[in-house]
Design a protein around this ligand. Structure first.
Ligand SMILES: [Mg+2]
Length: 172
């Protein structure tokens, strides 16, 4: 598919962030994770931090793997609150993915180079594109819920289906 296609291709596809295991990260020498917020860590516009997310974060912390949220949300106070509740870093304000600036801020907060970092998210045209542009290991997850911004639902998801040329990973 060429360069644009490569930039839209995740290195790894899993069903859920919990499937991003310490073993998987270690095998690729990844020491830090930049994570999307909505429909990756919490349902869209929700404040519910599921127990499995808390457990996943604890597992990473136990191994010294840092986590930083990079979100395109406009609701920055909610972003700050959720990051504090999860005990992880966040890129202040709107990370403006697929632009690289927000992820560069995340790398500096985490103190790691791109080669040692994974980007995890549910959208090809923001999360995966931004991560690939910066040379991170990119991991696509299924959206936690079908609820999302109308533009995402209609335009981005349709284009994602064309680029991915098939279904996403089924939930395990
Ligand atoms: Mg998302």
């Amino acid at each position: 598919m060429g360069r644009i296609g490569d930039l839209l291709t995740p290195d790894i596809i899993v069903a859920h962030v919990r499937d991003v295991t310490v073993e998987m990260l270690r095998a690729r020498r990844i020491r830090a994770v930049i994570c999307d917020l909505d429909n990756t860590l919490v349902p869209w516009r929700s404040d519910d931090i599921a127990r499995e997310i808390t457990g996943w974060l604890l597992g990473l912390r136990a191994e010294g793997i840092g986590v930083c949220i990079a979100s395109n949300t406009r609701h920055t106070s909610r972003l700050e609150r959720l990051a504090a509740q999860m005990g992880i870093f966040h890129v202040p304000g709107n990370a403006a993915k697929p632009r690289r600036r927000g992820l560069r801020i995340a790398l500096s907060l985490l103190g790691v180079p791109p080669s040692d970092t994974a980007m995890v998210g549910d959208q090809l045209f923001t999360d995966i594109l931004a991560g690939n542009r910066l040379g991170l290991t990119t991991i696509l997850v299924n959206p936690l819920t079908p609820r999302e911004f109308i533009g995402t639902k209609i335009i981005s998801r349709t284009a994602e289906r064309i680029v991915l040329r098939g279904p996403r990973k089924r939930a395990l």
